[in-house]
Write a protein that binds this ligand. Structure first.
Ligand code: SF4
Length: 314
């Protein structure tokens, strides 16, 4: 029975280290690298994937969720409501009006950006309590890729670069487990620290993603819906174009939503991204402007991992 080792690469340090371990142990012919592209990524992530491919001599398969069929179904529902039919979700907090349904139906076409398309379909953005982005944009494309290999007769080991000290939720994560017939999960760095990961990469001549040197605690969506206050401030300061893109997405999603109140960073109210950025400039629960934070120099190294101090960075 042949085994294929599939490594999910995110553009961050942990998955880069995990890919390297897999290659050192099993070689290129038994390893497949995948990247689930949410469409809400910083360009540095794509550049880093290219860098890893060149350095390691291995293609990284880019996977993007495609919602075209779901758009057609949703558009048909909206057209039916716009023609006077009943709302398909009569208990929802907000109801479609004929006018809003007609507007949404006219706009309900895929853009080709997975993150935006998912939000257009749902009429909301994901949030900490409804984190459907992870499942739909990352988990499902990865599982589909792996199931194709199982269908071809392989057993699949899914390598995941997670560490127990990342969060309380990951504290008890297992190193190895069977997740389905002929599918296993393997997490080789569960007990590593962030420093150990950076050290391992440096030892093998692999530079970390430059985003770590620009104030990002983690590499993933830009921004993530779970972004913290200081990281949001860093993003607004260093990459304002991504904040502007989110503001444009909010406008589009609101044009096709029931409520017209969708916001990227759910805060319990209906504040839009620019208001959240303004809040991120404040201290003491958002009541006072934090003058020191405004003095931060965007071009300075603000890495929370102290890479420049440790000399890891290239
Ligand atoms: S990184 Fe954040 S926004 Fe992106 S898929 Fe994961 S939880 Fe969602």
């Amino acid at each position: 029975m042949s085994i294929i080792h599939v490594v999910s690469v995110s553009g961050g340090k942990d998955s880069a280290a995990t890919l390297l371990i897999a290659l050192l142990r099993f070689g290129k012919h038994r390893v497949r690298a995948i990247f689930c592209d949410t469409g809400n990524e910083h360009q540095a992530v794509y550049a880093y994937l290219d860098y890893l491919e060149d350095l390691l001599g291995l293609p990284i398969h880019r996977l993007r969720a495609d919602f075209t069929e779901r758009f057609a179904v949703h558009r048909a529902r909206l057209e039916a409501i716009a023609a006077g039919g009943p709302d398909y979700h009569p208990t929802a907090k907000f109801q479609w009006t004929v006018e809003r349904a007609a507007q949404a139906a006219a706009l309900m076409h895929p853009t080709g950006n997975p993150f935006l398309d998912l939000c257009l379909l749902k009429g909301i953005f994901p949030s900490h309590g409804r984190q459907f982005c992870t499942e739909e944009l990352k988990r499902n494309p990865a599982v589909e890729f792996q199931m194709d290999l199982v269908d071809q007769g392989y057993s699949v080991v899914s390598w995941q670069g997670v560490r127990r000290d990342e969060s309380a939720r990951r504290r008890d994560v297992r190193r190895f487990e069977r997740i389905a017939p002929r599918m296993y999960a393997y997490r080789p760095i569960v007990d590593w620290t962030a420093d150990a990961v950076f050290g391992f990469l440096a030892q093998h001549g692999i530079a970390p993603n430059p985003l770590y040197l620009q104030g990002m605690d983690r590499v993933g969506c830009m921004p993530c819906i779970n972004v913290g206050k200081s990281e949001l401030r860093q993003i607004a300061s260093r990459f304002p174009e991504h904040i502007q893109r989110i503001a444009e997405w909010e406008k589009l999603v609101n044009e096709v939503s029931r409520s017209g109140k969708a916001s990227f960073l759910f805060s319990g109210g209906w504040e839009r991204i620019h208001e959240r950025v303004e809040w991120a400039q404040t201290s003491y629960g958002g009541r006072q402007y934090d003058l020191l934070s405004d003095l931060e120099e965007p071009s300075a190294c603000a890495s929370s991992y102290g890479l420049c101090d440790s000399g890891v960075a290239a």
